[in-house]
Write a protein that binds this ligand. Structure first.
Ligand code: UN1
Length: 513
């Protein structure tokens, strides 16, 4: 608790009263449920936050609507300047914020810092993008006509984010939305509200320093009910939701019911293919990071390893050995590679999945224990597991948000491996390790990986922010972060301008009066 107090005060958060979260102008949150937050590291109490009531939610949306009218008038490069200042503050607060991520979410400190770095990077990206909200000019089929395409601000963007990337995913959405002229209302995961309070505080400080309304970036704590309010709310033209497929389906159906837009980045079931031509050394390192990094709680986590039969036993033995030497423990300690799971429910999910997959015929090769570590008895530690399995097993088809790696053997051609890789409901990230160009190009071709992310000789997780991030099938189809993802946050308009004195109709239609 002393540690958390120190971090919060370094971040300038004097009052842990969650009323802060919805912004000072709106008054305090008084009505809703209280929720105590405990660290997954050792179970220590961190703070208590309060959920907003429906009235308070409406107040925040009302203020966001007002802020939008002001913000959309600010020229996009000037909006970029605000995002630049946020990026600078994040640089300044990188260590305490990274540490807060570790304390509240449990990922190792290096990954906590890495997550803040993703925020800084997306700020830089958004600043550049703020001068590049390009539309096309289009030649008209009519004389002395001109056509063009414009991107206009959309309005309020609802952001629903997950516990596993408690700060970065907000920034991917919020920084792009901001340069597009939109305002954001953020519903962070119930499991990581403190990280959200810290980010909100940083954004609010910058707004205040620039005399801008705080409704440009808002946040509200709440549970699934709050998510439902947002999904149903016509005042929120776009809802961007990151998390489980179950949550995404419910949000998408509700948003679609009012013909709103949703941007979905949901579950993955990511595989690495290791062919007979793989550089095994590299593939092993990528697999380890992908499978046990963040304790298996990335949506890009490597969950399946599809290995050619000629190298299968070799890879299996080496992996089992490497798993034996993993340093599991306090994520704040420099030599720890695997921290805790987020909560006891996740630990239960891990053990249940292992039990089920063994009933289906899976063979547990290593790991699977629930650990009680000295001095960290209240933490949620597990021994990452490797299971020999078939792709068709029901458990292998599911995304279990925990460190379980399934080994699947294939034989013959690379197409056999690709078919296995694609034979799941999800379609987020995928990778192949091979030094054979026929194999790698096939993997990247129309009959190759069906995922939103397909990599060669690097693993499934740890994507750079410059690319569009997201996936196909039950992953939801949305793309966040880099490339042209910004377009989702704008409404697109086609303009036809006639600078002649005639009124020729399209398609040569005659309609003379
Ligand atoms: C997520 O798990 O929701 O590619 C995001 C990665 C990170 C982002 C993961 N850059 O693993």
């Amino acid at each position: 608790t002393e540690e958390i107090q120190q971090i919060l005060s370094t971040l300038g958060i004097k009052d842990m009263n969650p009323s802060y979260g919805t912004g000072q102008e709106y008054g305090s949150v008084q009505g809703g449920t209280q929720k105590a937050i405990h660290s997954p590291i050792d179970g220590q109490y961190l703070a208590t936050v309060q959920y907003a009531t429906r009235e308070e939610y409406d107040k925040v949306i009302g203020a966001a609507q007002k802020a939008f009218v002001e913000w959309r008038q600010v020229p996009a490069p000037k909006r970029g300047e605000i995002v630049r200042q946020i990026g600078n503050k994040l640089r300044e607060y990188k260590e305490p914020l990274g540490k807060l991520v570790t304390l509240e979410m449990g990922k190792i400190y290096q990954e906590g810092l890495g997550e803040v770095q993703e925020m800084i990077d997306i700020c830089d990206f958004a600043v550049g993008q703020s001068r590049q909200l390009y539309g096309k000019t289009i030649v008209s089929e009519r004389p002395e006509h001109q056509m063009l395409e414009k991107y206009q601000p959309l309005g309020i963007i609802g952001i629903i984010s997950a516990f596993n990337f408690p700060v970065a995913v907000w920034s991917w959405n919020a920084m792009l939305a901001a340069i597009c002229g939109d305002v954001c209302v953020w519903k962070p995961s119930e499991k990581t509200p403190l990280c959200a309070i810290a980010c909100q505080h940083i954004a609010a400080q910058v707004l205040k320093e620039n005399n801008l309304p705080e409704g440009i970036f808002s946040f509200i704590n709440g549970d699934a009910e709050l998510g439902k309010w947002m999904a149903e709310d016509k005042r929120v033209p776009l809802v961007s939701a990151t998390g489980s497929t179950r949550m995404g389906k419910s949000v998408a159906q509700t948003v679609a019911g009012r013909l709103g837009k949703s941007l979905l980045e949901l579950g993955g079931n990511n595989a690495i293919i290791m062919t007979a031509n793989a550089n095994i050394e590299m593939a092993m390192r990528a697999t380890l990071f992908g499978a046990v990094g963040t304790c298996g709680q990335r949506c890009t986590t490597t969950r399946r390893l599809i290995i050619h039969d000629s190298i299968y036993d070799n890879v299996k033995d080496r992996l089992v050995k490497a798993y034996g030497g993993l340093s599991i423990g306090n994520p704040l300690k420099a030599d720890t590679l695997v921290g805790p799971l987020i909560d006891q429910e996740a630990v239960q999910g891990f053990t249940n999945a292992l039990e089920s997959v063994q009933k289906e015929g899976g063979k547990l090769l290593t790991g699977g224990d629930v650990l009680s570590l000295n001095g960290l008895e209240g933490g949620n530690y597990v021994q990452p597991a490797i299971v020999e399995a078939e792709n068709s097993y029901q458990m292998v088809q599911e995304e279990t948000f925990a460190p379980i790696l399934y080994l699947i053997k294939y034989s013959g051609d690379v197409m056999n491996a690709i078919d296995i890789q694609n034979d799941v409901k999800q379609g987020l990230s995928s990778a192949i390790f091979s030094d054979n160009v026929q194999e790698t190009e096939t993997f990247l071709s129309f009959r190759g990986s069906d995922c939103g992310i397909a990599n060669v000789n690097i693993g499934t997780s740890g994507a750079e922010i410059g690319g569009a991030f997201g996936g196909e099938k039950e992953t939801g189809g949305g793309r966040e972060s880099g490339s042209d993802s910004w377009k989702v946050y704008m409404r697109r308009q086609t303009n036809t301008i006639n600078y002649s004195q005639e009124l020729p109709l399209a398609q040569g239609i005659k309609f003379d009066v």
